[in-house]
Design a binder for this molecule. Structure first.
Ligand code: GLA
Ligand code: ZN
Length: 672
């Protein structure tokens, strides 16, 4: 595991830099990320570059023994650019133009902004592309952060029209694809199409989905424009950017394609605060017998799923580019973190496949927006708890490095698709429904069962996995149906869940019986589907151990069409009593399961536990809430996110893990 830190030399008197650099080295830090918001200091006026301070900072850091990652500073355009070219400013969905004084206020489709971005990126890459102390680049900062994924300005209107023309060729095709017969929406010409108006009634869902796709493509193209220049002038350097974990508005798989490796910014206490409502339902409320997470650690399942998604973007080790190392300033409450928590988070990142952790930030700022945000050093320059944890981690460096080299393998894959996510966000059909919640139920089940799970895209390599979980394949086309069938014929096991196969790529409902193009694969028809208020539910009749009703929230009723189909669970009360709720179909050597209701935590655990036991692959063992276990090679890393001692039964041996602590056991030793 390599350690790094985010540093803002421009925020501190130059005479302080040297002691900062020495303290960083002393703390075991090797990497320093700088300059990602320093455009105004680098180019204070159009075309007048001021390199000397940055040269001195890089040289000083480099001579101290640190390797520098530079940020391209495009997340924060300088005032001359903003004032001379107001056409670069983004406009929010409500028509509000963002202004200078914050960040990310630019439009990703402004040709003026593209030109100026190319100039600053070329200038920086030419100057530092072969610099001995610089080794890599972060492009921009947090694409889409602060709700900026979708811009509603006029640049975007014309770019969207061109994007549509490219996609559909003929306006008649677009009218068909969007179903514009409805409500007199038909278009005669590309120039008549605007961005979906969110202000009155619901816009057309096909129009919205295309706008979301277009917005994502816009950032992919803008990122590529920068990457091409960096690679041209810095051919030996690595290129990455910092994502935001479970962030939904841009297709992270598409953005990852052009990068050498990916990173994300992990703020566990803030992410609990921000994501909880998007990831849990009322029915997921804590069982009285389960442990609370400690107040200062966040939700390890949220953090873990974000790590897993980031790993899955390229199926390769990733970095945490900004690791929380103290209190943050942007949660609705911001607990101070105790000694030990930064170490726990760092171990968690490692266990999930990170090979580098960069802490945010070196020292708390004395001014501007983030005054209340902690750093490794406190405002007065004294060490915070995060720095003390880094000393502990340094003592464990050999063990961390050994584990980082171990394979990160999983038997189970969970399919994640941003277009499915968007289509369901556009038409959730019940206000608390979300794609992420649905995936998260199954993710949590795998964690509690001690099963390693990889997150992969729809186009991922399914054959690597004995079991593929696809909670919702909402949009299905022939190619997907064919790929899934082949996977199963080759011996794979596939679990599909509710709302699969419902839509076409244009976000129209399939004209086939549900689940549309996936119906032959599952060997059954979804005869009815509905969402139920949680106080109602239908009982289940099943032989699967631990699987009890009621089934509620979202229910589908299945009718087997083929003799190869077996019902593993049926509804035993309600209007569809006696009809199938969970089925298994066999195809050659493989099996497909269709899980016809949206499960609670215990139900998801029972179903997945049943499949895994049948498949016979090993799992680490049942884990209590708040105890995370990951296998890397022969090592099993146990992480306790609660304030009580937790016990894991690993291959028959009880292993005690102290509160907010890590225990590593060798799986081979514990077996013997
Ligand atoms: C984000 C940004 C940083 C900083 C931190 C604060 O992750 O990338 O610049 O604002 O949040 O938590
Ligand atoms: Zn725009």
């Amino acid at each position: 595991m390599n350690f790094g830190v985010c540093y803002y030399p421009e925020h501190w008197p130059e005479k302080r830099w040297e002691s900062d650099a020495l303290m960083m080295v002393e703390a075991g830090i090797e990497i320093v990320r700088i300059a990602e918001f320093a455009w105004a200091q680098i180019e204070p006026e159009a075309g007048r570059y001021q390199w000397s301070w940055l040269d001195r900072a890089i040289n000083l850091l480099g001579k101290a023994g640190l390797r520098v990652m530079l940020g391209t500073p495009t997340a924060a355009p300088p005032i001359w650019l903003t004032r001379n070219h107001p056409d670069i400013l983004r406009i929010d969905a409500g028509g509000q133009r963002r202004d200078h004084g914050t960040r990310r206020h630019y439009c990703p489709n402004s040709s003026t902004y593209h030109r100026h971005s190319q100039e600053i990126v070329s200038a920086m890459a030419q100057r530092y592309g072969t610099h001995p102390f610089v080794f890599g680049w972060q492009i921009d900062n947090e694409w889409g952060g602060g709700h900026t994924a979708r811009c509603y300005c006029y640049n975007c209107v014309t770019a969207f029209q061109a994007w549509l023309k490219d996609r559909y060729g003929d306006i008649a095709n677009l009218n068909d694809a969007w179903g514009t017969l409805f409500w007199s929406q038909s278009y005669m010409d590309w120039s008549q199409i605007h961005l979906p108006d969110q202000s009155i009634d619901k816009p057309n869902p096909s129009h919205i989905l295309d706008f979301y796709r277009f917005s994502s493509d816009s950032y992919v193209a803008y990122q590529r424009l920068q990457i091409d220049l960096v690679r041209q002038y810095a051919p030996e350097h690595v290129v990455t950017t910092n994502f935001m974990g479970l962030y939904r508005d841009l297709d992270q798989f598409a953005l990852a394609t052009d990068l050498d490796f990916v990173t994300w910014d992990s703020y566990p206490t803030g992410n609990l605060d921000r994501w909880q409502k998007h990831l849990y339902l009322k029915q997921d409320e804590l069982d009285a017998s389960e442990h609370q997470f400690a107040y200062d650690v966040g939700d390890p399942y949220i953090t873990g799923m974000a790590h897993a998604l980031t790993y899955g973007l390229k199926g390769r080790p990733f970095w945490v580019m900004e690791q929380q190392a103290g209190a943050i300033n942007w949660g609705s409450v911001n607990p101070g973190i105790r000694p030990g928590t930064t170490r726990l988070w760092t171990w968690h990142a490692l266990a999930e496949g990170a090979d580098t952790t960069v802490y945010f930030r070196w020292r708390s700022t004395l001014f501007a927006q983030e005054q209340y945000h902690s750093g490794l050093l406190q405002h007065d320059g004294s060490a915070g708890f995060g720095l003390a944890d880094l000393a502990l981690l340094r003592g464990e460096q050999q063990q961390l490095a050994d584990i980082a080299r171990q394979p990160n393998e999983a038997d189970v894959a969970l399919i994640f698709d941003f277009e499915d996510l968007w289509a369901l966000e556009i038409q959730p059909h019940r206000s608390d429904y979300s794609y992420l919640k649905h995936l998260f139920v199954y993710y949590r089940a795998c964690q509690r069962l001690g099963i390693q799970v990889d997150i992969i895209p729809k186009s991922g390599e399914l054959n690597k996995y004995s079991l593929v979980l696809a909670p919702t394949l909402h949009i299905a086309d022939e190619e997907l149906a064919h790929t899934l069938k082949q996977y199963v014929i080759d011996g794979g096991h596939l679990l599909l869940g509710v709302r699969s196969g419902f839509k076409t790529a244009n976000n129209l409902v399939t004209d086939q019986p549900f689940p549309g193009l996936l119906r032959l694969l599952i060997g059954a028809t979804v005869r009815s589907w509905q969402s139920l208020p949680e106080q109602f539910g239908w009982d289940l009749s099943t032989n699967i151990a631990g699987l009890n009703g009621p089934a509620t929230y979202w229910l589908e009723v299945l009718k087997p069409d083929s003799a190869s189909v077996r019902a593993l669970a049926s509804y035993s009360s309600g209007p569809y009593s006696g009809q199938a709720a969970l089925i298994e179909n066999s195809l050659n050597n493989g099996k497909i399961y269709y899980h016809g209701w949206y499960p609670t935590d215990p139900q998801a655990r029972a179903v997945i536990g049943h499949l895994v036991d049948k498949l016979g692959f090993s799992r680490i063992g049942d884990l209590p809430r708040g105890l995370i276990a990951r296998k890397r090679g022969d090592a099993i890393i146990l992480l306790n996110f609660t304030d009580v001692i937790q016990t894991a039964n690993i291959t028959g041996l009880p292993i005690k893990v102290p509160p907010r602590d890590v225990t590593v056991v060798n799986s081979l030793v514990s077996e013997s």
